[in-house]
Design a protein. Structure first.
Length: 195
C-alpha cells in the first residue's frame, strides 16, 4: 500500500481519549526494542514518525496514527518495562483491558517478535491474552537480516512452536534494514482492516 498521509492524532493514556469515528484499526504490540517503531516507519515510508527506542519509564500511552484518511495504526507501548510503580501499572492495565476488550474499531493485532530468539514468557503471555480476546494476530518476526537465509525456516518454526500460533495466524519474517517482508505485511494488514 502506498502511504499518502500519516499523522499522529493522539497519545491516549485513558480510554475516554480514544478517537471516535468509523475507521478500522490495527494495533501493534511487542517487547521494547523489538523493532516496532522501525516496522511502523518502514511500512509507512516515514523516517521519524514513530520514534525509535523510546525510553522505558515514560508515560505509557496508546499512540493513534491516522493513515490515508482511512484507518488507524495504534502503537501499544513495549511490554517488559520494569520502571513503573505498581499503581501506574494497574491503571495502565485497566486502560489496556478496556482497549483490547471493548474497542469495536480494532480488527486485529500485529505482534512483533525478535526473529533471532525463542519467544519470551512475556511474548507468550501477550499472544495468549490476545487470543483469549478472540483477536486475529499477525506475527511479525523482526531483524531477519541478522539471520542467515538457510536458518529462516528453523526460526519461524521456533516462533510457531514457542507461542503455539494458531494455524490461521500468519508468521512473517521482516527486516526494516532491507524492507524484506514489507509487501506481505501490508497484504495481511489490509486483509484484516478491510475484509
Ligand atoms: P522499538 O523499541 O520496538 O520501537 O524498537 P526500535 O524500532 O527502536 O528498534 C530497536 C533497535 O533495533 C534499533 O537500534 C533499531 O535500529 C534496531 N532494529 C530494528 N529493526 C531492525 C531490523 O529489522 N534489522 C536490524 N538489523 N536492526 C533493527
Amino acid at each position: 500500500m502506498k502511504t499518502t498521509s500519516a499523522e499522529l492524532i493522539i497519545s491516549a493514556a485513558k480510554d475516554h481519549q480514544f478517537p471516535g469515528g468509523p475507521y478500522p484499526e490495527v494495533a501493534l504490540s511487542g517487547r521494547s526494542n523489538v523493532g516496532k517503531s522501525s516496522f511502523i516507519n518502514t511500512l509507512l515510508t516515514r523516517k521519524g514518525l514513530a520514534r525509535t527506542s523510546q525510553r522505558p519509564g515514560k508515560t505509557q500511552t496508546l499512540n493513534f496514527y491516522f493513515i490515508n484518511d482511512r484507518f488507524h495504526f495504534v502503537d501499544v507501548p513495549g511490554y517488559g518495562y520494569a520502571k513503573v510503580s505498581k499503581s501506574e501499572r494497574e491503571a495502565w492495565g485497566r486502560t489496556m483491558e478496556s482497549y483490547f476488550e471493548k474497542r469495536e474499531q480494532l480488527k486485529g493485532v500485529v505482534q512483533l517478535i525478535d526473529a533471532r530468539h525463542k519467544p519470551t514468557v512475556d511474548d507468550e503471555m501477550m499472544y495468549d491474552w490476545l487470543k483469549h480476546h478472540d483477536l486475529p494476530v499477525i506475527i511479525v518476526a523482526t531483524k531477519a537480516d541478522k539471520i542467515s537465509k538457510g536458518k529462516w525456516d528453523k526460526h519461524i518454526k521456533q516462533i510457531r512452536e514457542g507461542l503455539q500460533v494458531d494455524k490461521e495466524d500468519p508468521v512473517i519474517l521482516f527486516s526494516s534494514e532491507t524492507a524484506y517482508g514489507k509487501d506481505r505485511a501490508w497484504k495481511e494488514i489490509t486483509q484484516l482492516l478491510f475484509s
